[in-house]
Design a protein. Structure first.
Length: 317
C-alpha cells in the first residue's frame, strides 16, 4: 500500500510518496524579502504544483493511477495555502476513486521523526515557524507540557533576522552569524512556568546595538536557553528515555547540541531527523497518511483548519 501526500501549509509546496519506505519527496519553496504573503504564496503553489507532482512521480517511478490513497496537510497553516493542497488532493481522490486522508501538519512532523529515528516513546520538542511545543504521547493524544504564549521560535528568528537586514527565511543566516561570535549581551529571558514568550526578546533584540554576529549569538543563546530549560523540566517530570527534536528550527546545529547535552545528563537518547524531514516537506504528510489509512481512517471532508492544534488529534495508529 502506498500514499501520496501534499504539503501546502505556508511557504512550501511539496509532493511525497511513501509505501513503507520513502519513494519521493519533491518540493518548491516560496521566498520573499518580507516574510510570507499568503495570497502570493498560494499563487506560487498553484503555478508550481504540476511540475512538483511530475517530479515526485518521476522520482518514484509511479503513475497517479497506481496511488492507493491521497493525503494532504489539513492544518494548521495559512488559509489560502492550505486550500491549494486540499483542492488538489480532493480532486485526485475523486478522479481515481481512492481514499482521502487529512493530516495534521504538526503531528506529521512528529511521526516522520519517530519513524526515521525508530523512537518508541519520546518527549518531543517541536519548533517551527509558527509552533513551539514540548509534547508527549499519553492516552491516545500528544499532550502539551509547555508551549509558546505568543509567537513560534521560527517566526521570532525571522522577525529578528529581518530587522538586521536578512532575507526570509532568516534562520540559516542567523545561525551562521551567531557561530562567528562568543560575545553575549543579556536579553529578555521569558519563561512562564512551563511556557515561553519570545515577543519581548524579539523587540529588545531589534533595539539593541551590537555587531550583527554578537547580536545573533546573544539572541540564539537566550531563545535556545529558554527552550532547553522548559524541555529539561518536562523530561525530568515525565522520566522519558528519548528526547526528540523536530520541525524547521531543528536544523539549527547549536540548538541540537544544547538539547543533546541536556538529554545526556538525564540518561535520555537524543534524536533529530535529517534536515530534509525537519523542514516542511510532503513525505511526512504521505507517511502520516499511510499510517492513518492502515489504521482505518478515511474521510470525505477536505475543509481546512488553520488553527488545528496538535493535542486535538486522536492518535490511534
Amino acid at each position: 500500500m502506498n500514499c501520496l501526500g501534499l504539503e501546502s501549509t505556508a511557504h512550501t509546496f511539496g509532493v511525497g510518496i511513501f509505501d513503507g519506505t520513502p519513494r519521493a519527496n519533491a518540493k518548491a519553496l516560496y521566498r520573499s524579502s518580507g516574510g510570507i504573503h499568503p495570497r502570493e504564496a498560494s499563487q506560487f503553489m498553484t503555478e508550481n504544483a504540476a511540475g512538483i507532482m511530475d517530479k515526485a512521480l518521476a522520482d518514484s517511478g509511479m503513475k497517479l493511477d497506481e496511488i492507493d490513497c491521497f493525503s494532504f496537510a489539513q492544518g494548521p497553516g495559512l488559509g489560502p495555502c492550505l486550500r491549494v493542497g486540499a483542492a488538489i488532493a480532493k480532486t485526485l481522490s475523486e478522479y481515481y476513486s481512492k481514499p482521502l486522508i487529512g493530516v495534521n501538519h504538526c503531528v506529521a512532523h512528529i511521526e516522520v521523526g519517530k519513524w526515521f529515528g525508530k523512537a518508541e516513546d519520546p518527549l518531543v520538542v517541536y519548533v517551527s515557524g509558527a509552533n513551539t511545543q514540548i509534547l508527549g504521547l499519553n492516552g491516545g493524544k500528544y499532550r502539551v507540557y509547555g508551549e509558546t504564549l505568543d509567537i513560534g521560535l521560527g517566526n521570532a528568528i525571522d522577525v529578528f533576522g529581518r530587522s538586521i537586514g536578512l532575507s526570509f527565511p532568516a534562520g540559516p543566516e542567523v545561525e551562521k552569524l551567531a557561530a562567528q561570535s562568543t560575545e553575549y549581551t543579556a536579553l529578555p529571558y521569558s519563561v512562564k512556568g512551563m511556557d515561553l514568550a519570545f515577543a519581548g526578546l524579539v523587540t529588545a533584540a531589534t533595539k539593541t546595538r551590537l555587531p550583527p554576529a554578537a547580536l545573533c549569538h546573544s539572541f540564539q543563546e537566550t531563545a535556545f536557553g529558554m527552550l532547553v530549560e522548559v524541555s529539561e523540566r518536562a523530561l525530568a517530570h515525565t522520566k522519558k528515555k528519548e528526547l526528540m527534536l523536530v520541525g524547521g528550527v531543528a536544523q539549527n546545529k547549536r540548538l541540537c547540541a544544547m538539547l543533546s547535552q541536556m538529554a545526556g545528563e538525564h540518561g535520555a537518547r537524543f534524536l533529530v531527523p535529517a534536515n530534509e524531514y525537519n523542514a516542511d516537506n510532503a513525505l511526512m504528510i504521505a507517511l502520516t497518511g499511510w499510517l492513518m489509512h492502515k489504521a482505518g481512517h478515511k474521510q470525505d471532508d477536505y475543509k481546512t483548519n488553520q488553527k488545528w492544534r496538535t493535542d486535538e488529534v486522536d492518535i490511534d495508529w
